[in-house]
Ligand binder design. Structure first.
Ligand code: D5M
Ligand code: FE
Ligand code: ZN
Length: 566
């Protein structure tokens, strides 16, 4: 079969008119620049984003690493100077101005966190999450002035009594060692072919689909349907949407009229995701007018499995040990709390990536490093891990700050790092991975694609304030990183390991450093916050992280409580 589309997909989706923020980011990163978030927004809303981007790049001073907001402003205003360009945040007056609006950390439940909790209305069991802060107050008498050594194993005479025989933990999806990709063209073809096969199979029974080439030769007025990858999305001069789908035989354009209900679904589309469309062929047969649109999705009737006994899991991520902003006190308060009677049922600890701050992850990151050697960062992380009860079952995956390849799927840590992170003998698996804990399947994914989903979709569908809504979109698309070629790097493989084949009971991500959770068709989506207070970069782009929270899930009910330690 002549399977032609992979590079066509990348190219079409990256180089069509630059209306989308993710496209602007990927265009700039492909030219070697990082970019402020507000600069992206400004470019995206310019009259001629493509031309503006070209001018911004043309006037970027030699050696600049970051495209700054002020520079974009000056270019858009017609000035071609290099104001605001630079290699650090200090050069950007806008960045400094924005910094004062950040809420920072350690001041109790931030408004951001409240917003995240309030937004869980659709979920019956997450509707009233009890945000418990009292017992976890580091200053509470219970916590007292114990030395680190005393806290381990025993709190005021309390001993955790855990029966490991009751535990069941099965690793069902770990691609460590299975990644065979060598970066050849054929593998890019294969990974997209596999994506279309596997996600398409969830749609083919729902529509009377035909291949693109067959649709092209059907008579005008025919009812048609196609299952394909989204190859291109553009708006027409009259405000309608043209969505081009691609399958193994070719492409076909579908027109979504602006006044139809499907128009709002077009806002949710990302390049390279798999969908089905139904429509009626135009008079010349060259286009179909859409009257049906389907996502692989999670069935509304999905019933998650639950544990047979009362047992809990702490879901965390983004520890960032080695950063000057790593919140050791909050972490220690969390570890201490795990030794208290209140946490007696917390037997599992799931960590969704960014154990350490890493080295050279972002420009100028070294200025904020507390520990500059990567292995020493993992040694220090391991010391912090030792503080949690030794009877806990720990599962961890890598993130974009960790010392594994960036392209997803990321294999679990190598032998040397496993040797270092040996406290309590954790299960170290790939990003993403699925583990089944006492019957409850948990999909762990670090979450780099969330930045992209949030950049591309309207704020009511995905935002940093409600990161779980971006996760809902990934569940709906049944893929953890649908869009190829932006922030998310995809490793070419025989198989698309990033497709969500089987619906998980819990979907756990991190990365955006915001706490939010809710249910999507009964699947619990949790984005854990972080253990790192606001960095200079986050200040410059006005991200105020939710730092020092531990969401705790009852595995028997999938109810969530949040413990706060900062
Ligand atoms: O990223 C935490 C969040 O902050 C995530 O939403 C990405 C964003 N972030 C942080 N630093 C940068 C830079 N330098 N460029 C772009 N985006 C950034 P994490 O990767 O977990 O630190
Ligand atoms: Fe992180
Ligand atoms: Zn991250």
């Amino acid at each position: 079969m002549d399977f032609r589309y992979p590079f066509a997909i990348a190219r079409e989706c990256l180089f069509v008119p630059l209306e989308g923020p993710a496209r602007i980011v990927s265009e700039l990163t492909s030219r070697g620049y990082n970019v402020d978030r507000e600069a992206v927004t400004l470019l995206a809303s310019a009259d001629d984003p493509t031309g503006a981007l070209e001018r911004v790049v043309e006037h970027a001073p030699a050696g600049a690493l970051v495209i700054r907001t002020a520079h974009v402003r000056s270019v858009l205003a017609g000035a071609d100077g290099d104001a605001g360009m630079g290699t650090d945040a200090a050069g950007d007056p806008d960045a400094d101005a924005e910094a004062s609006t950040g809420t920072g950390t350690g001041t109790g439940l931030s408004p951001d966190a409240d917003a995240a909790f309030d937004s869980n209305k659709p979920s019956p069991s997450a509707q009233d999450p009890s945000v418990s802060t009292g017992t976890s107050d580091p200053k509470s008498p219970d916590r007292g002035a114990r030395s680190p050594v005393e806290t381990k194993g025993s709190i005021e005479g309390f001993e955790r009594s855990i029966d490991p025989a009751l535990r069941e933990l099965e690793i069902v999806g770990d691609m460590t060692g299975q990644s065979t990709g060598t970066g050849e063209y054929r593998e890019f073809v294969q990974v997209f072919r596999d994506r279309l096969e596997r996600l398409g199979s969830k749609l083919r029974s729902r529509v009377n689909h035909r291949p693109a080439t067959a649709i092209s030769s059907m008579p005008s007025g025919s009812d048609v349907a196609m299952v394909g990858l989204v190859n291109d999305i553009r708006s027409t001069a009259s405000g309608h949407w043209l969505v081009e789908l691609e399958d193994a035989t070719g492409t076909f354009p579908f027109l979504v009229m602006k006044d139809r209900e499907y128009a709002s679904l077009v806002e949710e589309l990302l390049c390279d995701e798999v969908i089905a469309m139904e429509g009626t062929l135009s008079d010349d047969g060259g286009i179909a007018f859409v009257d049906g649109m389907y996502f692989p999705d999670v069935p509304r009737t999905y019933r998650p499995s639950t544990a047979d006994r009362h047992v809990q899991a702490a879901l965390i991520s983004d520890v960032h040990v080695g950063s000057q902003e790593f919140m050791a006190d909050a972490w220690n308060a969390f570890a201490d709390w795990l030794h208290t009677p209140e946490a007696a049922h917390v037997e599992y600890l799931l960590i969704a990536g960014d154990m350490v701050e890493g080295v050279g992850v972002y420009p100028n990151q070294d200025e904020e490093l507390d520990i500059v050697d990567i292995y020493e960062q993992y040694e220090a992380f391991n010391e912090y891990l030792k503080r949690v009860p030794g009877d806990m079952e720990i599962v961890m995956i890598p993130g974009n700050h960790d010392a594994v390849r960036l392209a997803e799927p990321q294999p679990g840590f190598d032998e040397r790092l496993r040797g270092i992170m040996s406290a309590h003998d954790p299960q170290i698996v790939s990003n993403p991975s699925t583990v089944t804990i006492e019957g409850v399947s948990v999909l762990l994914y670090h979450g780099v694609s969330l930045d992209e989903v949030i950049a591309e979709l309207p704020a009511d569908k995905a935002s940093y304030e409600e990161p779980h809504k971006a996760m809902f979109q990934l569940l709906k698309k049944r893929h953890v990183a649908p869009q190829y070629g932006g922030h998310t790097r995809l490793a070419p493989e025989e198989k698309d390991y990033l497709a969500i084949d089987t619906v998980p009971d819990i979907f756990h991500t991190g990365h955006v450093h915001k706490l939010g959770f809710g249910k999507y068709h009964n699947v619990l989506a949790i984005n854990s916050g972080c253990w790192q207070s606001q960095t200079d970069f986050q200040k410059s782009v006005n991200i105020s992280p939710d730092a020092g929270y531990a969401p705790i899930v009852d595995l028997d009910t999938l109810d969530v409580t949040v413990q706060k330690f900062s």
